[in-house]
Design a protein. Structure first.
Length: 502
């Protein structure tokens, strides 16, 4: 049967389950079942590359083959095709008429097991009027060869009624249990496990926006991908301190904020300001750790001290490590706290059922072509960067930082719509010029920040620490002229690059 699955998933722990267990959704005795699912694909991962997951599941009711849409960063709503089968192997006939048939092109015999999930599922049913939500707690493991990792997640699936009911229940449970939103499917986790035993930080997933995509659909796809990048890297960061996981969490946030700016004419509703404020708060909680990381790697470790300076630099280094530890603890506290969990759920809800999605005044924009919408927005964003950049030599550090943010948002927006315009050569040249501008302004910004951070770290410390900070301040200031020339050159090359959307 061809159906649409509407669900939310959350990372769970025994402690969280104890906190939410008193909610009426768990009042009735749970139904319990054991599920074993084998996921199949070609050796080249053709199905997964096309955004499809194929499994055969064994349950108390027998064997069922399921094909689902949804690769990395899968959305709240996913299509699925379910068919009973006779063996724990894919049935090619049952794939007829599905997207998988086109991908496989008659070569279903190439399908082979990739990984297996085995879970014990406890299931409840929550109702409110005509709304019905199935509540499931899955505990078990994903295994691929000798590799495995645990599964402990809560899933809410809408069986009848309105999507708002799903979010209402999720919000009530989140207030009790601080549930981090999980935007990785079991399929995505399984593929990552099969290809790499470690859970690495995740870079932005590719976004495909054909030119005739409705603008509302384009926004949702882009924003969901950004939200998934934040959630997935925050999950890595909560498990172990990682500079790259922190960086990719921040990149996901910046990309999400760029999407909010790009689509603002279409999505600015009564909840928009709150979303902007909360994402800015979270970015601020992560900034100190990033600034210290950059300072350590680009300023402190690049020093080549004289013998007489080494003791002072060693003392500053010890202080830096303490400051770094405090900054990471601040970041981790934010990512483990109720405000973060509430923000992620609020964004997910807003994307699906926010006022912008129902407003009659915005209907024309929502239904317009993504390429048309992108042209106007990219034009405006490019003009602002060029206008502000004309006075680059007269800008102070804060104004240069604002210019850098505008350039960064333009770059992310241009990348979002990379496939909406068939001008690959011009697109590549434009993005390279924009990236060079962003890097040049970024280097200049880091040189501005380094002396301030060094002096702040040395404040109230020993004379040796202050002396070491002074050495770094002097060296970084000496590099400012080179950085300013590089930024000016990059700005000129960017201004000359032809927009690929016109």
């Amino acid at each position: 049967m061809d159906a649409v699955e509407v669900e939310l998933k959350f990372e769970m722990s025994d402690e969280a389950m104890a906190r939410i267990g008193e909610h009426p959704a768990f009042a009735a005795p749970a139904g319990t079942s054991r599920l074993r699912s084998v996921y199949f694909d070609t050796p080249g991962r053709d199905l997964w590359g096309a955004g499809l997951g194929l499994r055969v599941r064994r349950s108390d009711d027998g064997l069922e083959q399921t094909l689902k849409t949804g690769g990395p960063g899968a959305p709240l709503r996913r299509r699925e095709w379910n068919r009973p089968v006779q063996a724990e192997l894919p049935d090619p006939a049952a794939l007829a008429g599905t997207p998988a048939a086109k991908v496989l092109d008659g070569d279903a015999e190439a399908l082979a097991p990739v990984f297996t999930t085995t879970v014990e599922r406890r299931r409840w049913c929550w109702t409110r009027g005509e709304d019905v939500v199935e509540v499931s707690l899955d505990q078990g493991e994903i295994a691929s060869g000798a590799r495995s990792e645990p599964i402990h997640e809560l899933e809410l699936e809408l069986k009848a009624g309105r999507p708002e009911a799903l979010f209402d229940l999720a919000s009530a449970l989140n207030v009790r249990g601080r549930l981090p939103l999980l935007l990785q499917s079991k399929a995505e986790r399984g593929y990552r496990l099969a290809d790499d035993a470690r859970r690495r930080p995740e870079h932005a997933a590719a976004i495909h926006i054909p030119s005739d995509t409705p603008a509302a659909a384009a926004f949702r796809e882009i924003a969901r991908s950004c939200l998934a990048q934040v959630a997935n890297n925050a999950g890595v960061l909560r498990r172990h301190r990682s500079l790259e996981a922190l960086h990719q969490t921040r990149v996901g946030l910046r990309r999400l904020r760029a999407a909010l700016t790009a689509f603002r004419p279409m999505v600015e509703d009564a909840e928009f300001a709150h979303i902007k404020t909360e994402t800015k708060w979270l970015a601020g909680e992560l900034d100190a750790a990033r600034d210290i990381d950059v300072f350590i790697h680009e300023s402190f470790r690049s020093m080549e001290p004289q013998a007489a300076d080494r003791a002072a630099l060693a003392e500053l280094g010890a202080h830096l490590l303490r400051a770094q530890k405090d900054a990471y603890e601040r970041a981790l506290a934010a990512l483990a706290g109720p405000r973060y969990a509430g923000l992620m759920l609020a964004v997910a809800r807003w994307l699906e059922v926010g006022p912008w999605a129902r407003s009659g005044e915005l209907e024309r924009l929502r239904g317009g072509r993504a390429a048309d919408f992108a042209q106007d927005r990219l034009d405006g964003m490019r003009r602002k960067v060029c206008k502000r950049g004309r006075r680059l030599e007269r800008l102070d550090s804060q104004s240069r930082h604002r210019l850098r943010i505008k350039a960064k948002k333009l770059r992310y927006t241009a990348e979002f719509f990379a496939e909406s315009f068939d001008r690959r050569g011009r697109q590549r040249r434009f993005l390279e010029a924009l990236e060079d501008l962003q890097d040049g302004l970024g280097q200049w910004h880091d040189l501005d920040v380094a002396p301030q951070l060094a002096l702040a770290l040395a404040h109230g410390q020993s004379a040796e620490t202050g002396f070491a900070a002074g050495l770094i301040v002097g060296r970084r200031r000496a590099a400012t002229d080179d950085a300013s020339r590089r930024a000016a050159t990059a700005l000129a090359e960017f201004a000359a690059a032809k927009p690929f959307w016109r």
